[in-house]
Design a protein around this ligand. Structure first.
Ligand SMILES: NC(=O)c1ccc[n+]([C@@H]2O[C@H](COP(=O)([O-])OP(=O)(O)OC[C@H]3O[C@@H](n4cnc5c(N)ncnc54)[C@H](OP(=O)(O)O)[C@@H]3O)[C@@H](O)[C@H]2O)c1
Length: 278
């Protein structure tokens, strides 16, 4: 079974570098996929209140029989729950659905600058951390201007910033900004949702040379750059395939080839300065 390396966050918490994404999956399917993923070696599941499948995640973990402390669980504060009191209640509701007394990582899902509640939400997250309801806290889809505001209001630096990142949109500037602040960048939609990216001749060529699949080449591209990621996959075969990326290296020529795919395309046009979901 593949052993996934861990990445250390600035507060000493460690996170498996590769996990399972669960967006757009209903509870029952989530339960099955989480159970299968844990059986083949995954130890990190990313979910969110807005995915509506925290119960399925909790059931899948329970089915696995693994001790709770062996599985890293992250969930997220949705837009409608932003605010001081509402954020505190929201994590408790997530814990209830997950069937656990703490998560490992709690994230603000989107900054929603027009709503302007992420600073007070962060104050609640700091208290949830102090209360032990989460082991660490972070943000998602935050731009430098949002991180600046948090830094002005709080001495707690987010442990991670979870952003859209894949060869089409490698996010070089945001990643450098995160690193300068001591924040680990997590890549969401690491495969750019599968599909057309994985058919690009640059990737199929590199994959053929390494006797790997295009998806494995893209996931290797993430982990080789120190990113933390969690592709979503539905079949056992793909779950195994996506985990098996820790025993080969992309060379400079491979990395330069992949860099030619960067055209700034976002999978759903979700730009954090204007994107709103509640
Ligand atoms: N923070 C945020 O705002 C945010 C936003 C979006 C996503 N996320 C997180 O990031 C996770 C991953 O992103 P994502 O689910 O949007 O997209 P993704 O992981 O980039 O791609 C998932 C798609 O790729 C396919 N796929 C998986 N493995 C494959 C393989 N080996 N070969 C070919 N196709 C493969 C999957 O198909 P099958 O399912 O049919 O196998 C699925 O359609 C989410 O699940 C969620 O946890 C966070």
């Amino acid at each position: 079974m593949t052993t996934v390396p861990s990445v250390s966050l600035h507060d000493g918490v460690t996170i498996p570098q590769l996990g399972l994404g669960t967006a757009r999956l209903p509870d029952e399917e989530t339960r099955r996929i989480v159970r299968e993923a844990l059986a083949v070696g995954y130890r990190f599941v990313d979910t969110a209140a807005s995915y509506g499948n925290e119960r399925g995640v909790g059931q899948g973990i329970a089915d696995s029989g693994l001790p709770r402390e062996e599985v890293f669980v992250s969930t997220k504060l949705r837009g409608r729950d932003q605010g001081y009191e509402t954020a505190k209640a929201a994590l408790r509701a997530s814990l209830d659905r997950l069937g656990t007394d703490h998560v490992d990582l709690y994230l603000i899902h989107w900054p929603l600058p027009r709503l302007d509640r992420y600073v007070e939400s962060w104050r609640a997250m700091e208290e949830l951390l102090d209360e032990g309801l989460t082991r660490t806290i972070g943000v998602s889809n935050f731009l430098p201007e949002h991180l600046d505001r948090l830094a002005a209001a709080s001495s707690t630096v987010p442990a991670v910033n979870q952003i859209e990142c894949h060869p089409r949109e490698p996010q070089l500037e945001q990643r450098a900004d995160d690193a300068r602040r001591g924040i680990v960048t997590e890549s969401w939609s690491p495969l750019a949702n599968g599909g057309e990216l994985l058919q690009q001749p640059v990737l199929t060529g590199i994959a053929a040379r390494h006797r790997r699949t295009p998806a494995q080449v893209v996931l290797r591209w993430h982990v080789q750059q120190g990113l933390v990621t969690f592709p979503k996959a539905s079949s056992r075969g793909r779950l195994v395939e996506n985990l098996d990326v820790f025993d080969f290296e992309l060379d400079d020529e491979d990395m330069a080839g992949i860099a030619t795919l960067a055209d700034g395309t976002r999978v759903n046009g979700q730009y954090p300065d204007v994107w709103e979901e509640f």
